[in-house]
Design a protein around this ligand. Structure first.
Ligand SMILES: NC(=O)c1ccc[n+]([C@@H]2O[C@H](COP(=O)([O-])OP(=O)(O)OC[C@H]3O[C@@H](n4cnc5c(N)ncnc54)[C@H](O)[C@@H]3O)[C@@H](O)[C@H]2O)c1
Length: 121
């Protein structure tokens, strides 16, 4: 099974990716690296002795996301991309609302694993 992890370069995403890899699954990470880092993905690869495909894109950008994910197959999505600073979210609630909802709708609008015609999102 191949799992797409949005926000997979972040705190929870890297830990999730490692556990999935250690349990034999393939992992694709989509992240804009605004908070997470490619170094985190490198460490996950080292620990698991497995490769992770890192796709760098802003999930709130529909066009960029469509381009970045074209040709990327996956069976399931774990959605972790988002912004979560409590104080900032109180100051800018609309920005947070948009950012988090838009980044959710992009990957779910992208059909998982075209080969099987169905998937878990
Ligand atoms: N850390 C916790 O204790 C905790 C607890 C409960 C829930 N959560 C939730 O889990 C999710 C992940 O939390 P985390 O602690 O790993 O945060 P994190 O900031 O470490 O990871 C989020 C990742 O999403 C990426 N990202 C943000 N906006 C993006 C966008 N528009 N496009 C692509 N990538 C984007 C960031 O670069 C980052 O790598 C959040 O929704 C958070 O609210 C976290």
């Amino acid at each position: 099974m191949k799992v797409l992890i949005t926000g997979g370069a972040g705190y929870i995403g890297t830990h999730t990716a490692l556990v999935l890899l250690q349990n034999g699954m393939d992992v694709v990470v989509v992240d804009d690296l605004s908070e997470g880092s490619a170094e985190g993905i490198r460490r996950v690869q080292d620990l698991a002795a497995r490769q992770v495909r890192l796709v760098v894109t802003d999930l709130t950008d529909a066009v960029a996301t469509e381009l970045a994910l074209s040709g990327v197959d996956f069976d399931a999505v774990i959605h972790l991309a988002g912004v979560k600073a409590v104080g900032d979210s109180v100051l800018h609630p609309v920005r947070y609302f948009r950012q988090n909802l838009d980044s959710l709708l992009r990957p779910t609008g992208h059909r998982p694993h075209r080969g099987h015609g169905s998937g878990q999102v």
